[in-house]
Design a protein around this ligand. Structure first.
Ligand code: ADP
Ligand code: MG
Length: 225
């Protein structure tokens, strides 16, 4: 009976996700269809319509690429990795976005950090998601502080601390749910995907936030000793 319960739980999550995907993808498709019809009728605004259509297609691509991470088998390439290398690669990747948003990314790492056992690409995805969320929360710019410390013999703490808009308390509980977004171009999948990846690495996530002051996303990960 327990097994059945677990299966039916999985099914309902899958069903929930399927409904969300259908909804999220139908919207841009309806828009694209509408513009094609307008263009067929011979209107002159073609350039604008092409732009909107391609941005809607981009949106579908973004949703699908985040969903594909979920569909991948978990922990395919588990290796001993230095979290500092992962962070430096990811911050380099996001440097131009940070500069454009007036955000300075500062990384503080304790010396002699033990390695973690992880799928590097998945962990990079997690860091990218949290750093991007931090940058996007700071519409007027600011500092995004990334801290790494050992917590004890068996785990480390990775914190992403921003000075952004903050998350209202009742919303923090919605963060693991698919398609919750407050952004015009958001997918509402980044947090859920990150949480799944961290959990598949036997880690946990905590979120602390203060309205208009900022957010701290705290990730605990087991270390390899
Ligand atoms: P997306 O970034 O596509 O909106 P996410 O799953 O990454 O999707 O985040 C969901 C929502 O959680 C965001 O739209 C935003 O409202 C909120 N959020 C997440 N991280 C932060 C943060 N650091 N500061 C403020 N709000 C955040
Ligand atoms: Mg995001």
């Amino acid at each position: 009976a327990e097994q059945m319960l677990i299966n039916s739980e999985k099914l309902s999550i899958a069903g929930q996700l399927a409904a969300g995907i259908a909804h999220e993808i139908r919207n841009p498709i309806t828009a694209i269809k509408g513009f094609i019809q307008l263009m067929k009728s011979g209107v002159s605004e073609k350039k604008l319509y092409y732009e909107i259509m391609s941005s809607e297609i981009e949106r579908i691509e973004m949703i699908l690429s985040e969903l594909l991470i979920l569909a991948k088998p978990q922990l395919i390439h588990s290796d001993r990795k230095d979290i500092r290398n992962i962070l430096s690669q990811v911050t380099t990747l996001l440097e131009s976005q940070a500069i454009l948003s007036n955000v300075e990314i500062i990384t503080e790492c304790e010396p002699d950090l033990p390695p973690i056992l992880c799928d590097q690409n998945q962990l990079k995805q997690v860091c990218i998601n949290f750093i991007k969320n931090g940058i996007e929360a700071m519409s007027l710019g600011g500092t995004l502080l990334i801290q790494v410390k050992t917590q004890n013999e068996n785990s480390l703490i990775l914190r992403f601390i921003d000075q952004g808009c903050g998350i209202p308390e009742d919303i923090i509980t919605k963060l693991g749910q698919p398609f919750y977004t407050t952004k015009e171009k958001g997918t509402g999948l980044g947090f859920m995907v990150s949480k799944k990846i961290i959990e598949s690495h036997n880690g946990t996530i905590n979120v602390f936030s203060k309205d208009k002051e900022g957010t701290t996303v705290e990730v605990y990960l087991p270390t390899f000793n």
